[in-house]
Design a protein around this ligand. Structure first.
Ligand SMILES: [Zn+2]
Length: 474
């Protein structure tokens, strides 16, 4: 009983705190009365206290002030408990039951990937049936996460409490992303947890002394960044012929962070190359495309179709598809074209080949990181004509279609990702514009106004460009 009454005092105290934020100290007499009445019936009190608390917090400010200003003690007349309000009957209380012991914990085993490891080898190492591996790979077909596991990354295997039955596999493809393949009644199921991140912007600068490419790397930007920059401005400037010592490179870049840990993702927000007194600028707009400061597009357009001729769509993009072979619901993250084996597969945009791999379900496939926020995937190929790291052009023949992996017949599965999320390649907004749309002109000009001072080389005393922003990270 005592503990309950003190519990309701705490509750009343919090409502007093609410009321105390108003002028005056109105609720304190209530607390004294509560202390005095501690032995009274609890059920009735609880109702009264709730009522009083609501009165206290709804007392108009003027009233609270007059009550506090008056020196007369506040007298509270308490009605007697009425017969309609039942008293608490202790005999009705359930005896406390002992808490059941917690279920035995699952057995977790970690594995750090070594060079030369294969998933098959790792599964055998833990005595996990290879049928389970195939089920996991099947769950992975729509995501293709397991093909990019690098040496030194860690896999977590969960087993039942006896350490025998394999239950789930977890890994972290990115510092802010955890992917799990969990056993269910219908095989393994993919799920992912992504922790929100923030983008931290900073400026990099360099004076061009030798090649632009080398200069960009010296600012701390990556090969991939240097490739994208030279590609964006390559139609405007001949880097071999035009560049001279004294030319400058400036860029506003953002790195993705989870707390204070970088995820490794980077965005080039604005770039400026000054060649013999002339500025060449590329600004990333909210539509994912780069424009010069006049709003003319620098991002090469994407092709809608990965073949020169259009083929029938045999299976559309469908985030909730019922799979024709497995009879399970699994996303179809691309569109299937009924291409006969040997059909030329074309890159739909300029970019870099980031993966050529063979997956038991996706078959022989290619991933291309296209310029801007785009990437593309081509599955079930017969032959691949490019290699990892190769820079390719839009419309370039990259493969021959085929029937590899698990299929119901020859076809080409084509995926388009925007910011690492699959979208319908037949309906997604893709860059085909030659300049910023008229309706977006205002917000684009605002962005130019924001970046141009940051890209400018100015006096270090300029508040828009403080020395702290200089970052050569060399
Ligand atoms: Zn498909």
């Amino acid at each position: 009983m005592n503990s309950r009454v003190s519990g309701s005092v705490v509750a009343a105290n919090s409502s007093a705190a609410v009321a105390a934020s108003r002028p005056g100290s109105f609720p304190w007499p209530f607390l004294i009365l509560i202390g005095l009445a501690g032995a009274a019936s609890f059920g009735w009190w609880q109702g009264r206290l709730a009522h009083l608390a609501s009165v206290a917090s709804s007392v108009p400010v003027g009233m609270a002030v007059s009550a506090a200003a008056s020196s007369t003690p506040l007298v509270l007349v308490l009605p007697q408990p009425s017969a309609q309000l039942p008293l608490l009957d202790d005999s009705a209380l359930q005896p406390l039951r002992a808490t059941p012991p917690p279920p035995p914990p699952p057995v977790i085993r970690h594995y750090r990937i070594q060079p030369g490891d294969t998933l098959e080898k790792i599964f055998l190492h833990f005595n996990i049936p290879l049928a389970d591996l195939h089920d996991v790979l099947q769950a992975d077909e729509a995501y293709l996460v397991l093909d990019v596991i690098q040496p030194d990354s860690e896999l977590s295997f969960e087993f039942d409490p006896d350490g025998v039955v394999f239950q789930s596999l977890s890994l972290q493809p990115k510092v802010n992303q955890t992917v799990t393949y969990q056993r269910s009644e219908q095989g393994f199921v993919y799920s992912e947890v992504v922790i929100p991140t923030q983008w931290n912007q900073h400026v990099v600068r360099a004076d061009i002394s030798h090649s632009l490419y080398g200069t960009i790397l010296e600012t701390g930007l990556s090969d991939r960044d240097a490739m994208e920059i030279t590609h964006l401005l390559g139609n405007k400037v001949n880097f071999q012929r035009d560049l001279r010592p004294g030319d400058t490179f400036d860029a506003v870049v953002s790195d993705e962070y989870m707390g204070d840990q970088a995820t490794g993702e980077r965005r080039l927000d604005a770039i400026k190359l000054n060649v013999r007194g002339t500025d060449y600028v590329a600004i990333l707009f909210e539509d994912g495309n780069y424009y010069d400061e006049q709003g003319n597009s620098l991002t090469p357009a994407l092709l809608r179709y990965p073949t020169s001729k259009h083929y029938r769509v045999s299976s559309p993009f469908d985030p909730k598809r019922f799979h024709p072979v497995t009879h399970r619901f699994a996303p179809h993250n691309g569109v299937d074209f009924a291409t006969p084996s040997g059909t030329a597969v074309l890159a739909t945009g300029d970019g870099v080949v980031t993966r050529v791999a063979n997956h038991p379900y996706a078959g022989l496939y290619v991933v291309i990181d296209n310029d801007g926020p785009f990437s593309t995937r081509f599955l079930h190929l017969g032959k691949v004509l490019v290699h990892k790291g190769q820079r390719i052009k839009r419309g370039q023949k990259i493969a021959l279609s085929g029937n590899s992996g698990r299929t119901t017949g020859p076809h080409l599965h084509y995926e388009l990702h925007i910011n690492n999320r699959p979208v319908n390649p037949l309906t997604a907004k893709i860059p085909t514009l030659v300049s910023v749309a008229a309706k977006d002109r205002g917000s684009f000009d605002e962005l130019v106004g924001q970046y141009m001072p940051q890209l400018a080389r100015q006096d270090v005393s300029d508040p828009l460009n403080p020395p702290g922003l200089l970052d050569h990270r060399g």
